[in-house]
Design a protein around this ligand. Structure first.
Ligand code: MMA
Ligand code: CA
Length: 210
């Protein structure tokens, strides 16, 4: 009886142990799969988080460059408007363009301004040209000076003074020393010698045909 029951018990034990092992294997597999899945989830979560913060930074950068570009555009717009208005100050008369300043500078600064405009302070060669500049009824520096040699008046183009339009009593070289010429008096003979360091408006001339 006992001997006959022995192989059945043994089989039973083998089955139970196998089932137990299978169970442990199943649990181990379950845990390792969960761990692997969690690992892959957390990696992709971190990647997404990093991408998102990169994206945020890029957005901030873009916003900053957009602001800079907008400012630069507005600056250029203003420069262009100023430039256009400045260009409109040029008046044409008998083969030359004339620029009448809106601000005031010393004689030397005025000349520098004209030179920067590819022009020079006006050289008055005729009665007509004198009348043209006089019509503006504005005190302005012209391109005449005797600062090289007192009493020897010279135009900025190097030519000596021949036809002159001095106001009566001028040039008088008062106020210590007056070496630069302004068109000042409301008279055909409008010129006055004045202190070169005074601030005046000025008139540039750009000859079209040399
Ligand atoms: C100012 C000055 C002179 C000019 C006289 C004319 C007082 O000095 O402009 O250059 O000759 O006026 O009165
Ligand atoms: Ca004078």
């Amino acid at each position: 009886m006992m001997a006959a029951a022995e192989p059945g018990r043994k089989l039973y034990r083998v089955v139970v142990v196998s089932l137990g092992l299978l169970c442990i294997l199943q649990a181990a597999l379950n845990i390792s799969l969960r761990l692997a899945l969690y690992h892959s989830y957390s990696t992709s979560y971190n990647t997404l988080k990093r991408n998102l913060s990169d994206c945020d930074n890029k957005t901030l950068d873009l916003e900053a460059s957009f602001k800079t570009l907008t400012e630069e555009r507005d600056e250029l717009k203003k420069k262009l408007t100023d430039c256009v208005h400045d260009q409109q100050r040029w008046k044409y008369f008998s083969g030359s363009f004339y620029y009448i300043s809106s601000n005031m500078k010393t004689w030397n600064e005025s000349r520098t301004d004209c030179l920067q405009r590819w022009a020079d302070l006006v050289v008055v060669n005729s009665e007509e040209e004198q009348e043209f500049i006089n019509q503006y009824r504005k005190t302005m520096w012209i391109g005449l000076t005797d600062s090289e040699r007192e009493g020897t008046w010279k135009w900025v183009d190097g030519t000596p003074l021949t036809t002159s339009f001095w106001h009566s009593g001028e040039p008088n070289n008062t106020n210590k020393s007056e070496d630069c010429v302004e068109t000042k008096f409301r008279d055909k003979n409008s010129w006055n010698d004045a202190v070169c360091g005074n601030r005046n408006s000025w008139i540039c001339e750009k000859k079209m045909f040399l």
